[in-house]
Design a protein around this ligand. Structure first.
Ligand SMILES: [Zn+2]
Ligand SMILES: [Zn+2]
Length: 115
């Protein structure tokens, strides 16, 4: 991340920060983006969130895959990631200060997908 990106791209930037389960622990349907990577809920055009391309190794080969999650899991994952981040980020701990870019995009992502 170099230049500041406009706010509207923040959710996409945010999803790249989310921690998703390891490829090897997922079912074929989760790997193919048919069901949510976190809770295996069936995804529809209304509730699916693309989590961006991810690199992994599978059966000894480097692969790129495109995990998807449902909205409520994305919100939970964003909040968890934000909590972990804030603990380690002096910027985001200051109540009177501005959050850093990471804190900002995670916050936006969390608010983008209310439960
Ligand atoms: Zn889910
Ligand atoms: Zn921060």
């Amino acid at each position: 991340m170099t230049a500041r990106t406009p706010d509207r791209t923040a959710p996409m930037e945010g999803v790249a920060l989310l921690v998703i389960p390891r490829l090897g622990t997922l079912s074929e349907r989760q790997v193919r983006g048919i069901t949510c990577v976190w809770d295996a809920a069936l995804l529809t055009p209304c509730n699916a969130v693309s989590l961006g391309p991810r690199r992994a190794s599978r059966a000894g080969e480097r692969v790129t895959w495109y995990p998807r999650g449902c909205r409520s899991c994305v919100a939970v994952a964003a909040l968890m990631r934000l909590t972990i981040h804030v603990r380690a980020c002096p910027n985001c701990q200051r109540e009177d200060g501005d959050p850093c870019d990471t804190g900002r995009v995670l916050n936006q992502l969390f608010r983008e997908y209310p439960r």
